[in-house]
Design a protein around this ligand. Sequence first.
Ligand SMILES: [Zn+2]
Ligand SMILES: [Zn+2]
Length: 134
Amino acid sequence: MACLLGHKWDGCKCKKCGKTRDESHTIADGMCVVCYKQFAAMSTFTSEEIVLLGIALGTLSGLLKQQGTDATQCDRLSSLFKSGMADSNNKWLSQEDLQFIKTASAMYLEIIGLQNLSPKEEKLWLGLVDKFGN
Ligand SMILES: [Zn+2]
Ligand SMILES: [Zn+2]
């Protein structure tokens, strides 16, 4: 049955037709209990790394907008990192989000230039690059 007049969403799934969407998941132990999508725990990152990524994503988002590029995903992730993940549902990242963060970090470092980082920032970034490599 197609939902011609709009889906009736209950979290990530339509109650009428069973279609799923990539938002409002109900996540427990890294998996959505409704659609079985897998997530990575935000706790992969330390609080220092979360602050660093919030700054990087925020900066990149501004640059993307200046270029007229869509920065929706970047904005969403930057506010997520900046919020400190207060909401329990925000403690999880999808594989797509992780991939985006990895790419965004590389772009940010290229723009900023490694030589312009403080020794502390450089150490943090090197740790992050290690995490992304796995
Ligand atoms: Zn539907
Ligand atoms: Zn779901």
